[in-house]
Design a protein around this ligand. Structure first.
Ligand code: GLC
Length: 557
């Protein structure tokens, strides 16, 4: 039967002149009267495919002992909040002992908790409390490098004959020069001369983060054992840090030099010989076996240039990462339906999509997409999009209350070393790592003392306590979408079907599951839009449609 489904009134009740009008309409439509009978895992989906993940930066989430830095007990105290928000799994960025040169991404002991965050007993308490609420814990696995203060590196650098020498990547110089032209991601050469033994060690990031030698089976064993150690404590998986940088060309061929310079004044180059080497897939396959033995999930920090590269991280027969993150999505930095459509279609065909809007390395989505006037409305459109797509979303703490970037304005205020090295071109990542905004009191309720990073002025209005009392808040919008996501079969299990693909202003799609579907309509333009849908081909008619969620009648900002 042919049917046309029209939505004609697509505007808020009161719209400021020349304003950006953004709204979301989610409608549930069905072809027949059949009720949802499928269990949530009826399609063979695993828990992480129906879960909402939430990344939190432990330094900045909640400070239980009022020392200005967040901690394990702080996280534990907020589990009820996370549960009520609709979070099923938390990924905690590195909380292991560390000199904190890279704020935890320089690990000096893989099997402990940094005293700044508490003790192993505090972690176990957090794990137990999370379990009680059905929340999974995911830890960060910093596998490419350790801290230079790790005992392994102390031994390795002590002499050329030390049994741990080959645990890191040591090379002779080219005469008086570094072994080759490779430039570190955080600036300068990737090679650091160690005067004691007269050789260079390799570091893709800071010199305090020497790269582990993944060609050495002993390294692989020790690192895999570290994951086993945490699995035994109950963690449900790992997010694999900087996974594409595990291997380097054994011949150390020079990378091709590109035009221009990076923020640190080094020549740009293509990382042809020190990223994405094929050997890394063997490691991922074996690491996956360990994960499978422990019913765990592996998430990848997988920066890729296209869907084919992303596909490679799932592995042939899906034997590598279950959840490689799609960062191409984060490079669509404008409210552009055509660009999002293209990106969504690409990742949808690559495997089970994993969507993120921002994280601790990326400017917050609230400011990346915001126009400075309608940021709350835009934040809802972005949430309405990525939380209703087929795949697993990974939220970043605070996005649900509309946290903004609070970037330092003076070099002397910068904490993140790359902000000091690259100032003013690179101001570092402090801005997206500021304390979670819990309420409108001093320090946004994060701590009773001055926090390690300052909270922005907007924390007075954009915080959990204030927004819980406002039905139209960004937070309440997130709660509604997340609740829908958990209960609606089409959103859980449905296909993604792009609609009206030539519309430059409105992004529309169906999530279709058997004889039910959810229609998502997102106006990303600055003007009122009229859209119509012919869903006959999909077998749906307007007669059976009902509105699940809309911002159509929201008050203007
Ligand atoms: C990853 C982390 C980043 C860190 C880097 C080095 O990209 O997300 O925060 O600085 O790895 O470990």
């Amino acid at each position: 039967m042919r049917a046309t489904f029209n939505i004609q009134r697509l505007r808020p009740t009161s719209v400021p002149q020349c304003a950006l009008i953004v709204f979301l309409a989610v409608l549930c439509i069905s072809a027949g009267l059949q009720a949802q009978t499928k269990p949530v895992d009826g399609e063979g989906h695993q828990w992480w495919q129906h879960a909402v993940f939430y990344e939190l930066y432990p330094r900045s989430f909640a400070d239980s002992n009022n020392d200005g830095v967040g901690d394990m007990n702080g996280i534990a105290s907020k589990l009820d909040y996370l549960k009520s928000l609709g979070v099923d799994a938390i990924w905690i960025t590195p909380c292991f002992p560390s000199p904190q040169v890279d704020f935890g991404y320089d690990v000096s002991d893989y099997e402990n908790i940094d005293p700044m965050y508490g003790t192993l007993a505090d972690f176990d308490h957090l794990q137990r409390e999370a379990n009680k609420r059905g929340i999974h814990i995911i830890l960060d696995f910093v596998m490419n490098h350790s801290s230079d203060q790790h005992a392994w590196f102390t031994e390795s650098r002590s002499s050329r004959e030390n049994p741990k020498r080959d645990w890191y990547v040591w090379r002779d110089g080219e005469g008086p020069n570094q072994p080759n032209n490779w430039v570190a991601i955080f600036g300068g050469s990737t090679w650091e001369l160690d005067p004691k033994t007269g050789q260079y060690y390799y570091h893709m990031f800071y010199k305090q983060q020497p790269d582990l030698n993944w060609r050495n089976p002993a390294v692989e064993k020790a690192m895999f054992d570290a994951t086993r150690w945490w699995y035994k404590r109950g963690v449900s998986g790992f997010r694999l840090d900087a996974v594409d940088t595990l291997f380097e060309d054994p011949d150390l061929r020079d990378n091709p030099v590109l035009p221009g310079q990076n923020a640190y004044g080094n020549p740009n180059e293509e990382n042809k010989y020190n990223t994405k080497l094929p050997e890394l897939h063997g490691v991922l396959q074996r690491l996956r076996q360990v994960a499978d033995e422990n019913n765990a999930v592996l998430i990848g920090e997988t920066w890729t240039k296209d869907a084919d590269e992303l596909k490679a991280y799932y592995g042939s027969h899906s034997k590598e990462l279950q959840m490689p993150m799609d960062f191409m999505f984060t490079t669509v930095n404008k409210l552009s339906p055509p660009d999002f459509r293209k990106q969504i279609a690409a990742v949808d065909s690559a495997g089970w999509p994993v969507f993120v809007l921002s994280n601790h390395d990326i400017v917050r989505s609230y400011v990346r997409y915001g126009d400075g006037v309608h940021n709350d409305a835009i934040a809802k459109v972005m949430a309405g999009m990525y939380l209703t797509l087929r795949g697993t979303p990974i939220m970043y703490y605070g996005e649900e209350v509309g946290m903004t970037n609070n970037d330092p304005t003076r070099k002397e205020d910068v904490h993140d070393p790359i902000g000091k090295l690259g100032w003013p071109k690179e101001r570092g990542r402090d801005g997206e790592r500021t304390p979670m905004q819990w309420n409108a009191t001093a320090n946004a309720g994060f701590s009773k003392v001055k926090p390690w990073l300052p909270v922005p002025e907007s924390s007075k209005s954009h915080n959990v306590a204030t927004e819980l009392n406002d039905n139209e808040s960004v937070l309440n919008f997130y709660k509604k979408v997340l609740a829908l996501r958990h209960e609606n079969t089409a959103l859980l299990d449905g296909d993604y079907v792009a609609l009206n693909e030539s519309d430059p202003n409105v992004l529309s799609y169906l999530r279709r599951y058997k004889n039910e579907a959810v229609l998502v309509v997102l106006n990303m333009s600055g003007t009122e839009q009229k859209v119509s849908f012919d869903l006959a081909a999909q077998g749906f008619s307007a007669a059976n449609a009902s509105t699940l969620l809309t911002t159509l009648n929201s008050h203007p900002q």
